[in-house]
Design a protein around this ligand. Sequence first.
Ligand code: UDP
Length: 234
Amino acid sequence: MDNTEVIYEGKAKKIYPSTKPAFWIQEFKDDATAFNGKKKGQISNKGEINNKISSRLFQYLDSHQVPTHFVKRTAPNAMEIKKLQMFKLEVIVRNIAAGSYLKRENVEEGTVLNPPILEYCLKDDDLGDPFISETEIFDQELATDDQLDKIRRNTLKVNVLLKDFFSRRNLKLVDFKLEWGLDAKKDVVLGDEISPDTCRFWDATTNEKLDKDRFRQNMGGVENAYEEVLKRVF
Ligand code: UDP
């Protein structure tokens, strides 16, 4: 697509206008970053793979009454989405201890966290996406009580649905990040993406890592891992 039209460019995606005023086009890039943008690289075919995986998962969630911004896939690496006004929040769910959780809690990687842990981070690259409490979210007027209640309940519903979806595909959903926004009617709607960039997936039999940790930790086999998740999702 023509770059001059870009409305917003993030680390992994670009947003373009759509021909219809209520929608945008979300294009997925092959660029990969980690550690708040300090590690940069490319994962070949990632844009197309993440678009396909996200499209499939958004359709699955929509069919289970979780509202998402997904409209339709418009290109191998792009989807049409509903315009949303995003909350400045990243919502993280942890079913199994991994990643940054291991640095602040004295638990071994792989420890099951039951009930799952829900965390909020302020979406702010300059501050390094720090933790934010519910009271701070209200103080800073990032969401109302009612909106945060919907975000919390819908996020836990997404967790139940996705854990089941992936366990049927012999994958453990270790942890993941969601981003929510408000549509034109001010309803809370799921935006962004759901992919191996934003979730940790382990093979349920071998615990093999099939997500961006392979890129973060220079483990090799990154493209194959993303392809494997795509294959199992469909
Ligand atoms: N995550 C993400 N974007 C972020 C931070 C985290 O998609 O900016 C995802 C990450 O892929 C993992 C989960 O959220 O599935 C928990 O990440 P964690 O806090 O362990 O941080 P990380 O180890 O990724 O720095």
